[in-house]
Design a binder for this molecule. Sequence first.
Ligand SMILES: Cc1cc2nc3c(=O)[nH]c(=O)nc-3n(C[C@H](O)[C@H](O)[C@H](O)COP(=O)(O)OP(=O)(O)OC[C@H]3O[C@@H](n4cnc5c(N)ncnc54)[C@H](O)[C@@H]3O)c2cc1C
Length: 474
Amino acid sequence: MNYDVAVIGGGVSGLATAYALQQRGHRVALLERQVRTGGNAISERIGGFLMEHGPSSLNAAIPEAQALAQTLGLDKQRLELSPDVRYRYLLRDQRLHRIRAHPLGFATSDYLPPRARLRMLAEFLVPAKAGGPEESVAEFWSRRFGRQFAELVIDPLVGGLFAGAAAELSMPAVFPALLKMEQRYGSVSRAVLAKRRRGGRMPGRRLYSWRDGMQTLPDALRVALGETVKLGVAVRRIRPMASGYRIECGAGSVQARCVVLATQPHVAATLLDGLDADGAEAAASIDAPPLATVFLGYRREQVAHALDGLGYLAPSAEQRTLSGALFASSMFAGRAPDGHVAFSAYLGGARAPQLAQAPSEELITMARAEFRDLLSVRGDPVVARVRQWPRGLPQYRLGHDAKVANLRAAECRRPGLFLTGNYLTGLSVASCVTSATETAARVHAFLTDRAGDIPGTGTAPERSATAYAAASNG
Ligand SMILES: Cc1cc2nc3c(=O)[nH]c(=O)nc-3n(C[C@H](O)[C@H](O)[C@H](O)COP(=O)(O)OP(=O)(O)OC[C@H]3O[C@@H](n4cnc5c(N)ncnc54)[C@H](O)[C@@H]3O)c2cc1C
């Protein structure tokens, strides 16, 4: 069968790319290995509970995902983050500290030692760094806000949001907007104040989801794409032809002028093998350590904690088994039946990859023990479910931008080949939609012979690991 475009992978990235191309009138086939679409986005109803196996919220600061959801008619089902989410919790000295979800929250809480708070406030006075080698996330935050701020705030933040280790992650790849703020205003605090003076909203409270959870978005895209989506089709190999590509999938094959790889990086590496050795090597070098989610539901009276926040995060120095947990039923209405509460606990990632591979029963035991200790939870859960992700979140380690440049160069070396997905320029669902929109624009330009009209075709407009981070933790 001949198509204009074959999109490989039916997660949010592939679905959003295919949808944008179909809307522009191209003949598209989306090939998905599994018998369902959505990739990481899996929402499951268990009794009256709603478990998010993967993503649990979107960031409203990123416009493309909101626009797409609106076009798909999802606004009627939209849920805003509950006003009950007033605090964030961080763990220090084995107890939870409550911090107001406000830029001055850390200054007014006892979470940071007094010296660390003074040092944090002195960020205004730290000169901007001019050039020099690439900094890790830990180095940047230590330099600007002090070592203790980096260890007690940023370490748990990146552990929870990116399942990463701050000393390993690349500052320009993970928080590019903050580096720009430093360069433009001389200080991050000054940039934040300038934004507030201009009436800009801080992203803290701008999370949203839908009544039936995050899978709502890929489900709506699949319905809109109709016959375009081919399920249970695992692509094994891509062969270049005189014009276009032959995509081999098990017994059959399809031909297309363009091919968009919208898979996880390890699959992209396999499919690039034979097409572009350097690109394959770059994709293979982006690892995604195992991650596990444990969902627990209880009757409200079993939990003494107020649950008046998004959840809690643990610095690695605390050596806890969980990197953190979300108070799922506090975040959005309808996540637990009346009189019940629900939690999502996270284990593994770069900090402790082996932990995520423990048997399910052990993972449940670990989460229960921690909740007993930190949240004063008593008795057996009403529901307990585990999702293990053998490959969790791709790590934007030091040198990440060079890998992405290599992958963009592979696209140039193989005209008609395009890459999109969460391992390139943004991890969050919303940034996957942004990337997909940009990828579809580049594919359209290629098909209509107007590639020259798209400036900087290799880069996404805004990397939004940053926005995901800021929004998710208030
Ligand atoms: C536990 C967890 C929690 C998260 N929390 C959040 C959150 O709260 N907010 C947020 O914004 N983001 C969150 N994320 C990140 C976000 O969910 C992902 O980055 C995003 O969903 C990735 O989408 P994708 O389409 O790029 O990749 P994927 O979802 O991985 O999709 C890739 C698809 O390609 C298919 N595929 C693979 N190989 C082949 C093949 N050979 N042939 C055909 N198809 C193939 C796969 O089956 C899959 O469907 C979370 C992720 C995880 C794992």
